[in-house]
Design a protein around this ligand. Sequence first.
Ligand code: PCA
Length: 222
Amino acid sequence: MRILITGFEPFAGQHINPSWEVARALNGLHLPQAEVQAQVQAIQLPCVFAQAASALTLALDEVQPDIVLALGQAEGRCDISVERVAINVMDARIPDNAGAQPIDQPVVPPGPAAYFSTLPIKHLVARMRAAGFPASVSQTAGTFVCNQVFYALQHTLAGRAVRSGFIHLPLLPEQAAHWPGPPMPSMPLDTQVAALRSALMSLLDGSSPTVGDVQLHGGTLN
Ligand code: PCA
């Protein structure tokens, strides 16, 4: 079993991105205690609209993964946010790392409006919570590079027997300590890494539904 985990380079003037720190902490992880032998490979993606999707495609070709977890930083989130859906739009509130700021452009012009995660998102949330980590389902991955990568991932793998999806992570404490503007929630790196490790284990330990997902509430009223 091969697991690809992607994380992003820092963006928006930050010097660190929790998604890459978590991905690289899990790189090379061997999960022999799982019911199947599994090996994790981490790849960093540029926070650049014009490059991120092709870097992802290259990684998919190289690794030929069975499971893909794409990770990104989401400042303001207070828990591990398992994304439900990727939408076919790029609408950037800030420029990417190459200075591009697309407005209302499709990720894939002929593509459908949206793709759902093919990860059992409720199962992941339930298992992370049971292991003591705050986690929830998120109904939007935004309209910046994370959503673009999530959409490109689901588009590329559509119809293939690969489970893939996106998880947004809170800021690291050292980022929140110096964040310009209002106070931000944060979570220490070792907690984030342990939460993702438990998410991975829950995909591999035989408890994960192979079709569909567990029937648990994960919605919001607005
Ligand atoms: N977060 C941004 C892009 C890169 C990252 O880590 C996002 O949520 O789109």
